[in-house]
Design a protein around this ligand. Structure first.
Ligand SMILES: [Zn+2]
Length: 143
């Protein structure tokens, strides 16, 4: 079950940050400023929440690189973003206050964080010449 905390502070993120496999992590605990991570057969590590938040963004940007984008002929605010590995595709729309996607990750971020930028949205931002949602919104407001 995804919730507000494990969306950001997950065992899989902890494993990637430490360069380990998911199954190497025995358990994690969310403390006030750090995440306590205990791999099997190793000493525990403490990783700051800031590192997890940066990883959350970086992994989505990285995963967006292998996605294929198609512009819509009659709607310049819509893009189809396809994952050739999984053969899935989502439509991303440019809307007044950002971008919208229909994927599970996007919907979970909206639900638990209140704003969202999934790998499909990062693919569109990259296509439009922006590195982040904040940069896109800022450029849009002064355009
Ligand atoms: Zn998405």
């Amino acid at each position: 079950m995804i919730n507000a905390l494990n969306l950001l502070y997950s065992k899989s993120s902890a494993a990637r940050i430490l360069g380990l496999e998911y199954n190497d992590i025995e358990r994690i605990e969310i403390w006030s400023k750090v995440i306590w991570v205990k791999p099997f057969n190793r000493k525990a590590s403490m990783i700051s929440k800031k590192v997890f938040k940066q990883h959350f963004v970086d992994i989505r940007k990285q995963r967006s690189l292998s996605l294929q984008l198609t512009e819509h002929l009659y709607n310049s605010n819509a893009f189809t973003v396809r994952n050739p590995r999984k053969d899935t595709h989502y439509t991303v729309y440019l809307v007044e206050d950002g971008l919208e996607c229909e994927c599970e990750d996007y919907l979970n971020q909206i639900r638990f964080i209140g704003k969202a930028c999934c790998k499909h949205c990062y693919r569109v931002l990259n296509h439009l010449g922006h590195r982040s949602l904040a940069e896109y919104l800022n450029d849009k407001s002064i355009a």
